[in-house]
Design a protein around this ligand. Structure first.
Ligand code: ADP
Ligand code: MG
Length: 680
C-alpha cells in the first residue's frame, strides 16, 4: 500500500494528522469520502434569506464593528445591510476583523443564517470579494469530516493529487452485478464522489459506492456468521440461586419481555457458544436491570463483568443503582471514569488485576490499555450507538472471547434489523413496565412559548423539574454553547430568582457537567437548559417537562430519545415540541411523535416519511457505521445489495468463480479492516 508521504507536499507531520482521521495510506485517503458539498449560489437579497440555510448576501458594513470579551472568548459583532434589509453578524475569536472591516465596505457574506429566538442572525460567515466569489460560483466543493489540526483545504489538495496521479481505477465488481443493478463504474464514482462534475454525477456515484459498502458488509457478515458459530463458550456459567432472590427483592415485578430476554441470556451463558447478543428496547423499557442481573450471574460464578456507558453521568448513575441492588450480596462494584485522578485510577487498575473488583462500571476509560482484568467473562455496552466501532471492539479484546451484550435504545425497523444484524442474536424488550403514565405531547409554534414557560413555572411550583433543549444542527459546539448561554440569560428574565436555572453543553468540562447533573438530580436546579448532551440515558424521575426548541431540526428518533428523559416517575409528564417551521411535511413528521410513544412505530414512520433518496438530510446515528451509506435513507440500495449478496452466496459461496474474483479480494480486505464493525 502506498504511503501518504509518497504524495507530493505531504510530509511526516501532515501524515500524522491524517492518521488521526484513520487514514494511513493512499487507498484509505481515496476512500475517505466528503460528508457534504458546498455549492456557492448567486447571492440573494437580505429580505429573501431563509433560516437554517447556508446563503450568500452582497451587503455593506452598516455599523461600527464591536469586539466583546466574554471570558476567554471574543465576539466580534456588526450589522450588514443591502437595499432590502439588515442583519446582525457575529464572529467568534476573530477580534482582528475590527481592524480590517470599515463602515461602507461591500462584500459577499456567506454562512449559515439562523433564527435565534425570532431574530435572524448569521454567525461566522465568510467574507469574500465579489471577484473571488465569481470564480467559486456553482462549483461543488467537497466538505470532509475534520479533526483538530487538519483543514478541509489540506484534504482537498491531497485528494486532488492522488486522483490525478492515477489514470484508471480498475473495476472489481462483476459485470453481471453492474448490469443488473445499473451501477456507475468504479473509476467514475470514486472521482466524482470527491469532485463531482454535477449533481447527477454525484448522485449515481454515491449510489454506486453506497451499494459497494452494503454488499461488502453483507458478504462479510455471511463469512463471520460461519466463524462465529465456532467461538466456544470459554466461561460457562451455572444458574445462580441468589439471582432469583435478587429478582424477588426488587420493588417491582419484571415485565414479560424482561423475563424472556433474561431467559435468552441465561441460555447463552450456560450454552456451548459465546454470547453475542443485542438487546433492543425502547427508552425506559428497563434494560439496565437486565444487564445488572446478567453481571450478577457472572460475578456469582466467580468471573468479572463490565459495563461501559457513553457518559460519566450515566456511568455514575449505573454505579449507584448497582451498588444498591447488590448491597446484600457481597459483590464488589467499582467505577472507572476519565475525570478520576490518576491515583484513583491506579488503585482501580490494581484491584481489577487482582480480582478484587467483580463488576466494573465506567466510560471509555475502561478501554485504556492499562486496564487489565483477571478473568473478565462478560462485557456490556450501554447505548451502543454512542460508541465508535473501535471503542466497542477494544472492550471485547480485554479478554479471550468474552460474552458480549450490547444494548440499544434506538429502535430500528424489523425489516432492517434482520439485514443489518445478520450475525447477532437479537432480543427485543417490547413491553414497557406497567403503570407508566403516558406522556402528554403537544406540537406548537413559537407563539406558544410564553405559555410553555408559564406551564413550566407552574410545574416547578408543584415541586417538579423541567428540561429545555435548544440545539442547532450541524453547528460547532462553540456556537451551540453560545446559544444555550444566551437562552438562559433570557429565560432568567422570565422567571423569578427562586427558580434555579442552569445550562449544560458539550464544551463544558466533564467534571462541571457531572456537578450540574447531580445538582439537577437532587432538585437543586429546577430548569436545565441543554444541548442534546442530555439525550443519553439520564434518569431524573422528578423531571416532568421536556421542552424542545426548533423541534423540526431533529430526527424523530432523536426527539423520541429526548422525550424519554421524562415520564420516569410517578407524576404525569409532558413533552412540548416547538415547531418553528410552518410547512406541511414538518408538521406531519412531528405529528407522528404527537400521536405515539412507541419507538418502533416511530422508527418505521420516520423511514416512511423521509423516504429513501433524501440524502444528506439529518444523518441518523445508525447502529452500524458506514462511510457513506445510510441504512435508513438508502434502504432501496440496501435491499438491492441484500438480494445480490443472497444470490452470490447461493451461486458461488466462496466467491471462487473467475468473474467474482475481484470482489472476493475486496471482501477479504474489508473484513480485515472492519471485522469488528461487522461483529459490533
Ligand atoms: P432503559 O431501558 O431506557 O435503560 P432503565 O433501565 O433506565 O430503562 O429503566 C427505567 C426505569 O424503569 C428505572 O427507574 C427502572 O428502575 C424502572 N423499571 C425497570 N423495570 C421495571 C419493571 N419491570 N417495573 C417497573 N419499573 C421498572
Ligand atoms: Mg438505559
Amino acid at each position: 500500500m502506498d504511503k501518504l508521504t509518497s504524495i507530493k507536499g505531504i510530509g511526516e507531520k501532515t501524515e500524522q494528522m491524517f492518521m488521526k482521521l484513520g487514514i494511513s495510506n493512499v487507498q484509505e485517503l481515496v476512500e475517505y469520502y466528503p460528508r457534504n458539498y458546498d455549492i456557492c449560489k448567486e447571492p440573494i437579497d437580505i429580505c429573501e434569506i431563509q433560516s437554517d440555510n447556508i446563503q450568500a448576501v452582497y451587503a455593506s458594513i452598516a455599523s461600527r464593528v464591536d469586539v466583546l470579551k466574554n471570558g476567554k472568548r471574543t465576539i466580534t459583532k456588526t450589522i450588514i445591510r443591502d437595499s432590502t434589509g439588515e442583519i446582525q453578524v457575529k464572529w467568534f475569536n476573530m477580534p482582528f476583523l475590527k481592524n480590517t472591516l470599515r463602515i461602507g465596505q461591500k462584500f459577499i457574506f456567506r454562512g449559515l443564517f439562523q433564527k435565534v429566538r425570532d431574530k435572524l442572525i448569521v454567525t461566522q460567515p465568510e467574507i469574500i470579494t465579489i471577484e473571488d466569489y465569481q470564480k467559486r460560483l456553482y462549483n461543488m466543493q467537497p466538505i470532509y469530516p475534520l479533526t483538530k489540526g487538519i483543514t478541509n483545504k489540506t484534504i482537498i489538495s491531497a485528494e486532488d493529487k492522488v486522483l490525478n496521479s492515477k489514470k484508471y481505477y480498475d473495476e472489481f465488481m462483476p459485470d453481471w452485478i453492474i448490469e443488473q443493478c445499473n451501477l456507475a463504474e468504479y473509476d467514475f464514482s470514486i472521482r466524482n464522489i470527491h469532485f463531482p462534475k454535477d449533481e447527477q454525477s454525484l448522485h449515481i456515484s454515491r449510489e454506486r459506492l453506497a451499494f459497494d459498502e452494503f454488499l461488502l458488509f453483507q458478504l462479510g457478515v455471511y463469512q463471520l456468521k460461519e466463524k462465529k458459530n465456532l467461538t466456544p463458550n470459554n466461561y460457562v456459567m451455572k444458574e445462580v440461586k441468589d439471582s432469583e432472590k435478587l429478582i424477588e427483592e426488587l420493588t417491582f415485578e419484571l415485565t414479560g419481555a424482561q423475563k424472556r430476554v433474561l431467559d435468552e441470556i441465561s441460555k447463552d451463558l450456560s450454552g456451548p457458544i459465546a454470547m453475542n447478543r443485542l438487546i433492543q428496547g425502547d427508552v425506559g423499557s428497563g434494560k439496565t436491570i437486565i444487564a445488572a442481573i446478567a453481571m450478577f450471574v457472572a460475578a456469582k460464578n466467580g468471573y468479572q463483568a463490565t459495563i461501559m456507558a457513553p457518559t460519566e453521568v450515566l456511568a455514575k448513575q449505573h454505579l449507584e443503582s448497582l451498588a444498591q441492588l447488590y448491597s446484600n450480596y457481597n459483590i464488589r462494584v467499582d467505577l472507572l471514569v476519565g475525570s478520576m485522578t490518576s491515583k484513583e485510577k491506579k488503585l482501580v487498575y490494581e484491584k481489577l488485576r487482582n480480582g478484587e473488583i467483580d463488576i466494573l462500571v465506567g466510560t471509555h476509560a475502561i478501554i485504556q490499555e492499562k486496564v487489565e482484568f483477571l478473568n473478565l467473562a462478560l462485557v456490556i455496552t450501554d447505548e451502543q450507538h454512542r460508541f465508535g466501532v473501535r471503542q466497542r471492539e477494544s472492550l471485547s479484546t480485554k479478554s479471550t472471547n468474552p460474552h458480549i451484550l450490547v444494548m440499544s435504545a434506538t429502535p430500528i425497523p424489523r425489516t432492517l434489523a434482520i439485514i443489518v444484524y445478520g450475525d447477532l442474536d437479537i432480543s427485543i424488550v417490547d413491553e414497557l413496565p406497567p403503570n407508566r403514565q403516558k406522556i402528554k405531547n403537544c406540537v406548537v409554534n413559537k407563539d406558544y412559548r410564553p405559555k410553555a414557560y408559564e406551564f413550566i413555572y407552574k410545574e416547578v411550583g408543584l415541586g417538579r423539574q423541567a428540561y429545555i433543549v435548544c440545539s442547532m444542527v450541524e453547528q460547532s459546539e462553540e456556537i451551540e454553547a453560545e446559544a444555550v448561554i444566551d437562552y438562559v440569560d433570557d429565560l432568567k428574565k422570565c422567571f423569578n430568582d427562586s427558580i434555579n436555572i442552569e445550562y449544560l453543553h458539550g464544551k463544558m468540562k466533564p467534571k462541571l457537567k457531572n456537578e450540574i447533573m447531580s445538582r439537577f438530580a437532587k432538585n437543586e436546579i429546577q430548569v436545565l437548559v441543554s444541548t442534546t448532551v442530555i439525550e443519553v440515558g439520564v434518569n431524573v424521575p422528578n423531571a416532568t417537562v421536556m421542552m424542545v426548541e426548533n423541534a423540526e431540526r431533529f430526527g424523530l428518533a432523536q426527539l423520541h430519545q429526548l422525550r424519554g428523559r421524562v415520564g420516569r416517575g410517578k407524576h404525569q409528564s409532558y413533552c412540548i415540541l416547538i415547531n418553528c417551521k410552518e410547512n406541511k411535511k414538518t408538521k406531519e413528521r412531528l405529528e407522528v411523535l404527537n400521536n405515539s410513544n412507541d419507538g418502533f412505530y416511530i422508527a418505521e414512520e420516520d423511514l416512511r416519511l423521509r423516504g429513501p433518496g433524501d440524502f444528506f438530510g439529518v444523518r441518523q446515528s445508525g447502529q452500524i457505521e458506514f462511510r457513506l451509506a445510510d441504512m435508513f435513507q438508502d434502504i432501496n440500495i440496501l435491499k438491492k445489495a441484500s438480494d445480490i449478496a443472497k444470490q452470490l452466496i447461493y451461486e458461488d459461496r466462496e466467491l471462487e468463480q473467475l468473474n467474482n474474483f475481484g470482489l472476493k479480494e475486496k471482501v477479504v480486505n474489508y473484513l480485515s479492516k472492519n471485522v469488528n464493525n461487522v461483529n459490533i
